[in-house]
Each structure stands twice: as C-alpha cells, then as structure tokens.
Design a protein around this ligand. Structure first.
Ligand SMILES: *[C@@H]1O[C@H](CO)[C@@H](O)[C@H](O)[C@H]1NC(C)=O
Ligand SMILES: *[C@@H]1O[C@H](CO)[C@@H](O)[C@H](O)[C@H]1NC(C)=O
Ligand SMILES: *[C@@H]1O[C@H](CO)[C@@H](O)[C@H](O)[C@H]1NC(C)=O
Ligand SMILES: *[C@@H]1O[C@H](CO)[C@@H](O)[C@H](O)[C@H]1NC(C)=O
Ligand SMILES: *[C@@H]1O[C@H](CO)[C@@H](O)[C@H](O)[C@H]1NC(C)=O
Ligand SMILES: *[C@@H]1O[C@H](CO)[C@@H](O)[C@H](O)[C@H]1NC(C)=O
Ligand SMILES: *[C@@H]1O[C@H](CO)[C@@H](O)[C@H](O)[C@H]1NC(C)=O
Ligand SMILES: *[C@@H]1O[C@H](CO)[C@@H](O)[C@H](O)[C@H]1NC(C)=O
Ligand SMILES: *[C@@H]1O[C@H](CO)[C@@H](O)[C@H](O)[C@H]1NC(C)=O
Length: 440
C-alpha cells in the first residue's frame, strides 16, 4: 500500500524553547531553562571534543549553522549513564571545538515517550507560517518513540507527532532545502529502506521515492542524511561539480563490529536519488564514528559531527562511574568529494579549521625514520595536533604496502598508540593546495 503523505503538527521551537503543540513531561530530576551544571576538569574529559555535562549522550541531532554559530543537539539521557529517557540536549559553538552548554531543548511529551533523532532547518522564508516576522525561525523534525509498560518498543511517529499509520518503525528524519521545496530522508529501519519525502511547508509531506536495500544492512538502518557536496579536482582543489551523498548508519552489523556509517555518492533531482556506482563505502574504517549529521545551512565543504562511540561498549566506558558522564562527539569534519585513480569516487574528510584552538608549535623535525619527544605537561587540553608532510614519494607507484607509520608513546604510562596512513588505501593522496576547510 502506498504511503503518500505524512502530516506533521506544529514542531516549531526557537532556541531553547520546548516544542509547541505537544504536551511536555518534565522529570523532576531534570533542570529546565538553564544549562545542567558541569565539571569539565576531570582527567577523562576530552577538551576539544564535545561531551555532555552529565549523563549519557548518543546521536547528534538537529544540527544547523546560522549567523556564525553551530548548533548541536543530541540524544540525551540527563538522568542516567546509559541510553534511555531521550531528550534533546543542546550546545552551541562559534569554532566547532569550544562548546557552550545550553538548556535542554526538547523534553519528552509523556513519561514513556522519548524524543528520538531528527533534524532542524532554518525556515528563512516562513514556508511553515510559524514565523510571522522572522527570517531565522527554526523548525525541528524528529521522531517520537512510545514505549510500552513492559519496556518494549511501541509505535514511532514522525516529528511531532502525527502520522496516519502509527506503528510503522520509521524514524530519524533529516531535512534539506532543494530548490523550491524541502526534501526529507527518513529510515524505514526494519525494512532497509530510506524514504524520500517532499514538502513545501514542512508540515505536509508527500512520499517521493524509496532508496531500498543498499549497502550494509546490519540489523537496521538508522539516521540517514542527504547532503549536497562539492566535487573537487584532486590535484588543484578547485570545485569542478557537485553531487549528493546519502549517509546511512547501521547497527549492529558493522564490518568491525557494532555500529558504523556508510555512504553513497549520487545524483538527486529533488525526488529521487541514484548512485554513481555500486560500491558501499564506510565513513571510517574504525569503530567510533556513528550517526554523523551534517549541519544545515553550510555552503561549500560540508561540516559534520558524529557520535564518537559504538553501541558495542558505549554503556561500559569508565567515564560513567569515574566522572558521571558518557560519550563524546567526533571532531568537526569538512567533507568534499573527489575522484581518485584506482579507488574512484571518495568522500574526503578533513579536520575542520583548527586555527582558533591551536597553540604554539611544540616541535618540528625533518626526518625519515625517527622520533620526536615533546613535553606537553603545560598543554591544558592534553590535545595534540600532529601534522606530517610527506615528500619524495611517487604516488603513482604507491602500493598497499606503502605506509606512513606513527607510534605515539607515553614514557609515563608505557602505553602506545599506533596509527598511520596507507598511500595506496582509501584516501586519495592530494597534491597541490588543499581546499580551505572554513565555513565560508
Ligand atoms: C517504501 O518503503 C517502505 C518500507 O519498505 C514501504 O513500507 C513503503 O510502502 C514503500 N513505499 C512505496 C510507495 O513503495
Ligand atoms: C571537578 O572534577 C575534578 C576531577 O574529578 C575534581 O577534582 C574537582 O574537585 C571537581 N570540581 C568541582 C567544583 O566539583
Ligand atoms: C527562500 O526563497 C528564495 C527565493 O524564492 C529561494 O531561492 C530560497 O531557496 C528559499 N529558501 C528557503 C530556505 O526557503
Ligand atoms: C508567515 O506566515 C504566516 C502564516 O502564513 C503569515 O501570517 C505571516 O504574515 C507570514 N510572515 C511573513 C513575514 O511572511
Ligand atoms: C509583525 O510586524 C508587523 C509590522 O511591524 C506588526 O504589526 C505585527 O504585530 C508583527 N507580528 C508579530 C506576531 O510580531
Ligand atoms: C527524477 O528522477 C526520477 C527517476 O529517474 C524521474 O522519474 C523524475 O521525473 C525526475 N524528476 C525530475 C524533476 O527530473
Ligand atoms: C625506526 O626506528 C625505530 C626506533 O629507533 C626502530 O625500532 C625501527 O626498527 C626503525 N624502523 C625502520 C624501518 O628503520
Ligand atoms: C606542511 O605543509 C603545509 C601546506 O604546504 C604547510 O602549511 C605547513 O606549514 C607544513 N608543515 C610543516 C610542519 O612543514
Ligand atoms: C607500518 O604499519 C604497517 C601496518 O600496521 C605494518 O604492516 C608495517 O610493518 C609498519 N612498518 C614499520 C616500518 O613499522
């Protein structure tokens, strides 16, 4: 049976205000209207990655960029150290690294109904009619999940609230602007489909197409994103085209275990997405980047943040018992597409402009095989940025055995961390000037 339309009731919220048009259940243990007090000085606290004030955080949600400020919302359990009791936490940043906690943005409408993932758009043209005299009104579109008395999952309805077919397990709407309309991707989690819907007013949505059975299925699809991305010449860094990317998270069922995010590069014409090739690509060949979302409202390279954890172990990490919080976000990434010899299409993720947070250089050294010793006892963040400029390698002759190896060793603890780069691997080696990773 067709599922032609979906009607969303008023989902307007401005800044820290709770959703209008729905009732709100506020757990007495959760403060309202003020950021949750936090202590970010503990030894396990990351200083350049966002982590929640207290409690448990998972997927990033509702991210948008407006007037020089990044807004990050996230799945948040303010009353426990594991997943559950989902609210939307909120933090803002001007540089993508230094975050200021804001009051909780969305509370569950009922005690047993939780606010799941979703997105936010800036309704600059008042298409929704919610914003009589504003050009900066934002609309949140998200999933509400009802839980039964026995704790089992009940129906999940779309973004505030009302869908003609309750009980369908589809969720995590992400909305973008496409020319004269809005386009939404939403996961039919259990059916391994991404539904694409369109709307002119953000309230009434019309089914447009399904993107079904692509890539890794895992046990379920979650958190799809659809984003327009520049295609850059691999050597010059110049923008030569633009394409669309669908990112899609699966959990469990990742090649390395637990949860992961894959992506597809293709064309989008406002209603249909078609891939450029048959490959399934993962955003990271590692375990800790899940459910990333792209900030709405960014031009050029697209900026994202993901949840730097994995459902396999996230509820056991020691920050919970030691310091009363769990999970961090990845660093912001600035992404573009390019086409490289041998591996073809790829999304290149660069760390977002670090200039605002970089301190003085601790050491530089020209070497082949060698080591550098630095004392960073005075670096309050404990965060180091390592840049290796490799010269003299004939990229065309690089094989999968050509590597740059980095071993980071602590003489204090005796621990070491090995990492590196395969010149013949997934990331194309970029020559020439690198494209700027700033928002504008
Ligand atoms: C899109 O996919 C979902 C999930 O399989 C399905 O329920 C729905 O009927 C599909 N829509 C159409 C119009 O085929
Ligand atoms: C913050 O946490 C640190 C480390 O856990 C602790 O030493 C310090 O007393 C705490 N500060 C406050 C104000 O609670
Ligand atoms: C606002 O309206 C302009 C002019 O019609 C259009 O180009 C633009 O895409 C619209 N933007 C949004 C976010 O509605
Ligand atoms: C916004 O939309 C509402 C409802 O359609 C309308 O009453 C209002 O005049 C609009 N405001 C602007 C500035 O377009
Ligand atoms: C919008 O602006 C108009 C003209 O300044 C004013 O008359 C009206 O009261 C304003 N509406 C709202 C809802 O603020
Ligand atoms: C978008 O692509 C679909 C599938 O190829 C096609 O049916 C539809 O007509 C296209 N729409 C536009 C506006 O080109
Ligand atoms: C590089 O240097 C380290 C430390 O001196 C040494 O253990 C290692 O064998 C060297 N590797 C190569 C390939 O020369
Ligand atoms: C590495 O190369 C970049 C780009 O040419 C340059 O800005 C940077 O200073 C170099 N870094 C080092 C440590 O040489
Ligand atoms: C560099 O790392 C790769 C991958 O772990 C490893 O196979 C190789 O032996 C390492 N090379 C050196 C010189 O340590």
């Amino acid at each position: 049976m067709l599922f032609p339309s979906l009607l969303l009731s008023a989902a307007a919220f401005a800044g820290a205000a709770a959703a209008q048009g729905v009732s709100t259940y506020v757990n007495p243990a959760v403060p309202t209207g003020t950021p949750i007090p936090a202590n970010y000085t503990g030894p396990l606290r990351p200083q350049v990655h966002y982590s929640p004030p207290t409690g448990f955080m998972n997927d990033p949600n509702g991210m948008f960029y407006l007037n020089g400020v990044f807004h990050l919302y996230y799945q948040y359990n303010p009353t426990g150290l594991g997943a559950g009791n989902q609210h939307w936490g909120h933090a803002t940043s001007k540089d993508g690294y230094t975050w200021e906690n804001q009051p909780i943005a969305l509370f569950p409408p009922e005690e047993k109904q939780y606010v799941f993932s979703g997105s936010v758009v800036v309704d600059a043209n008042n298409t929704s009619g919610f914003f009589p005299n504003q050009t900066n009104g934002v609309v949140a579109i998200f999933t509400l999940a009802l839980y039964n008395e026995d704790g089992s999952g009940g129906p999940q309805t779309q973004a505030i609230a009302y869908s003609p077919r309750r009980g369908l397990h589809f969720r995590d709407p992400k909305v973008i602007r496409y020319e004269d309309h809005w386009a939404m991707v939403v996961a039919y989690s259990q059916e391994f489909a991404v539904g694409i819907f369109t709307s002119t007013d953000l309230k009434k949505w019309t089914w447009a197409s399904n993107f079904t059975d692509h890539g890794l299925l895992g046990a379920q699809y979650e958190c799809p994103n659809l984003v327009k991305m520049p295609v850059r010449d691999r050597e010059s860094g110049e923008v030569v085209d633009e394409k669309y990317v669908i990112t899609l998270s699966v959990q469990p069922g990742a090649p390395l275990g637990g949860s992961t995010t894959q992506y597809f590069i293709g064309d989008f014409n406002g209603t249909h997405f078609s891939t450029l090739d048959a490959a399934t690509r993962v955003t990271d060949f590692a375990k800790d980047n899940y459910a990333a979302q792209f900030f709405y409202g960014v031009e050029g390279n697209q900026i994202s943040l993901g949840w730097a954890s994995n459902w396999q172990y996230t509820q056991q990490v020691p920050t919970g018992n030691n310091e009363g919080w769990r999970s961090a976000m990845t660093l912001p990434r600035a992404s573009y597409l390019t086409k490289a010899p041998r591996i073809g299409w790829t999304m290149v993720d660069e760390i977002y402009d670090t200039a605002p947070i970089l301190g003085d250089s601790l050491a530089t050294k020209t070497m082949g095989n060698g080591s550098v010793t630095v004392d960073y006892a005075d670096v309050a963040s404990n965060a180091l940025y390592i840049e290796a400029n490799v010269t003299g390698i004939d990229v065309a002759k690089a094989t999968s055995f050509s590597t740059l190896n980095l071993t980071f060793t602590s003489p204090a603890s005796g621990e070491s961390l090995r990492s590196g780069f395969y010149f013949g691997g997934r990331q194309p080696v970029l020559r020439g000037p690198r494209p700027a990773a700033r928002v504008r």
